[in-house]
Ligand binder design. Structure first.
Ligand SMILES: C[S@@+](CC[C@H](N)C(=O)[O-])C[C@H]1O[C@@H](n2cnc3c(N)ncnc32)[C@H](O)[C@@H]1O
Length: 409
C-alpha cells in the first residue's frame, strides 16, 4: 500500500479480523501523545459478558486504573480514534504472532510483525490467527464493496456478526475440504445456491483460488435478478473472473458437474432443492445451513407424550427443524454420503446455526449400508407420520413404502 496511512489501516484491519475470530490475547496501546498528561497505557484483553465477546479496556493513569468493556465493533471504533491522535504505539498479541504499529517522530506509522510472545497454549479464546488468514488481504475489496467492512477493514455497524460468520464459514470449509477427496487435476466446480448478497460465494472463491491454491470456478445462483446483477458487477470490479452470479432458481439452474455445493440459509424447501441438485450433479462435498423448516410442520404427528409440550411455539418450531434436518441427513446417507451435523456459529449470533455437511462415499460402498439407511429414513418418517418431504420427492424415495428404492441415477 502506498499512502502513509496504510500501515495504520492495515493494523486496524488485522485487529478487526483477530477480534472477529476471537484470535487475540491482548492489545497494548502505549507512547501517549494526547492531552491527558496522566494517561500511560491502555491494556486490552478479551472477556465474555453475557455470553458475548467483549474487549476490556484498562486505562492506566499515573495513580489510578479505569476499566471499561465494549463489544468488538465499539472497541474497534474507540481504538481507531485513539491510534495516532492519542497513542503512538500498539502491540497486538495473537496466538501466532505479535503485530506492532509504531509512529515515528514525524508521526509516520510503521507496521511490523514478529513471533508470538507466548506459546499458543496460553491463548484465551478459541482460534488462532492462521485461521484468520484463510481470507487473503485482497478480500477486503469485496468485503468493503458488499458493505461488510469500512475502508479500514473494520466491520461496519451491525455487520460484526456477518463478518465473523464469513470467517467462520471459510474456516469450516477448509476443514471439510481437507476431509474430502476433491479432484486436483482440473479446476474445481463450486455452486452457492440461494447466494443472496454473495458474501460466502466471494469467500469460497477467494479461499480456493487465493489461499488454498486450488483453482475453482464458483457459481452463485440467486432468484433476485437485481441482486445477482449487482454482485456480478462487484465480482467484475474486484477482478474475480472465476466468480459468476446468475439470476434464477436453484431448480432451473443450468449445471454441469459439481464438486462442491453450498447452500446456506436457503429458505424452507429451497435447501432440499439445493441438496438434490448437489446429489444429481455428483458433488463430492455438500454444505448446507437449513432454515425456516416449514414444510413438515403440519404433517408431523408427534408421539402423544410430546403433544402438551409442543403447544409451546418454540418447541414446535425446533421439533419441526429436528425432524426435517434429521430426515435430510438420513436421505443423504442413503444417497451415498457420509453426513455430519454441527453448530455453524454460536447461537448468540444467529438462530440459524445448524450446518449439515455431506461427503460422497466411494462408489464401492456396501449395499447393506444403503438398505440400513433406507430403513432408517422410513422408520423416522413413520415415527413422525411424514408421508411427503421435498428431498424425498426429488429423490423419488417413497417414504411410506416398505421396499428399498433404487439409488438416484
Ligand atoms: C436468507 S438468504 C441467504 C443468503 C446467503 N446464502 C447467506 O447465507 O448469506 C436466502 C437467499 O436465497 C434466495 N433464494 C430463496 N429461494 C431460492 C431459490 N429457489 N432459487 C434461488 N434463490 C433462492 C433468496 O432470494 C435469498 O437471497
Amino acid at each position: 500500500m502506498s499512502s502513509p496511512a496504510a500501515p495504520r489501516d492495515q493494523f486496524l484491519r488485522l485487529l478487526a479480523e483477530a477480534l472477529a475470530a476471537g484470535a487475540w490475547h491482548k492489545l497494548t496501546l502505549g507512547k501517549p501523545r494526547g492531552t491527558d498528561p496522566t494517561l500511560r497505557h491502555i491494556f486490552l484483553r478479551p472477556v465474555q459478558l453475557d455470553g458475548a465477546p467483549h474487549c476490556q479496556f484498562l486505562w492506566r493513569h499515573d495513580t489510578r486504573d479505569i476499566t471499561k468493556n465494549h463489544p468488538p465493533a465499539a472497541a474497534l471504533r474507540e481504538i481507531a480514534a485513539l491510534l495516532g491522535p492519542v497513542f503512538h504505539s500498539a502491540h497486538l498479541f495473537t496466538p501466532e504472532r505479535t503485530i506492532q504499529l509504531e509512529f515515528n517522530k514525524k508521526g509516520e506509522p510503521r507496521l511490523t510483525a514478529g513471533k508470538a510472545a507466548a506459546p499458543a497454549a496460553t491463548a484465551g479464546p478459541t482460534h488462532d490467527l492462521g485461521k484468520v488468514r484463510l481470507l487473503p488481504p485482497d478480500s477486503q475489496r469485496w468485503l468493503q464493496a458488499l458493505g461488510v467492512t469500512t475502508a479500514a477493514g473494520i466491520p461496519r455497524e451491525g455487520m460484526a456478526d456477518k463478518h465473523r460468520q464469513i470467517h467462520r464459514f471459510v474456516e469450516l470449509l477448509s476443514h471439510l475440504v481437507a476431509d474430502t477427496g476433491l479432484p486436483t487435476d482440473r479446476p474445481l466446480e463450486i455452486a452457492d445456491m440461494g447466494c443472496g448478497k454473495g458474501y460466502l460465494t466471494f469467500a469460497a472463491a477467494d479461499y480456493f483460488n487465493l489461499v488454498a491454491g486450488r483453482p475453482a470456478n464458483v457459481l452463485g445462483i440467486e432468484s433476485r435478478a437485481e441482486l445477482a446483477a449487482s454482485i456480478q458487477q462487484i465480482a467484475g470490479e474486484t477482478g474475480r473472473t472465476c466468480l459468476r452470479f446468475v439470476a434464477g432458481t436453484i431448480q432451473a439452474a443450468v449445471l454441469d458437474r459439481l464438486d462442491v455445493l453450498i447452500a446456506l440459509h436457503a429458505c424452507d424447501t429451497a435447501t432440499d432443492d439445493a441438496l438434490f441438485r448437489g446429489i444429481q450433479s455428483g458433488a463430492r462435498l455438500i454444505v448446507v445451513a437449513p432454515c425456516c423448516q416449514k414444510e413438515l410442520r403440519r404433517q408431523l404427528r408427534p408421539a402423544p407424550v410430546l403433544v402438551p409440550s409442543l403447544r409451546q411455539g418454540i418447541f414446535a418450531e425446533r421439533h419441526a427443524e429436528f425432524a426435517t434436518d434429521a430426515l435430510r441427513a438420513l436421505l443423504l446417507e442413503w444417497a451415498g454420503y457420509d453426513t455430519k451435523v454441527f453448530e455453524f456459529i454460536a447461537s448468540g449470533h444467529t438462530a440459524k446455526n445448524l450446518m449439515l455437511s455431506a461427503v460422497k462415499r466411494p462408489a464401492t460402498d456396501a449395499t447393506v449400508r444403503r438398505e440400513d439407511s433406507a430403513r432408517a429414513v422410513r422408520e423416522l418418517a413413520a415415527f413422525y407420520g411424514i408421508t411427503s418431504q421435498a428431498l424425498a420427492r426429488h429423490l423419488s424415495f417413497p417414504l411410506a413404502a416398505s421396499h428399498v428404492p433404487a439409488l438416484p441415477a
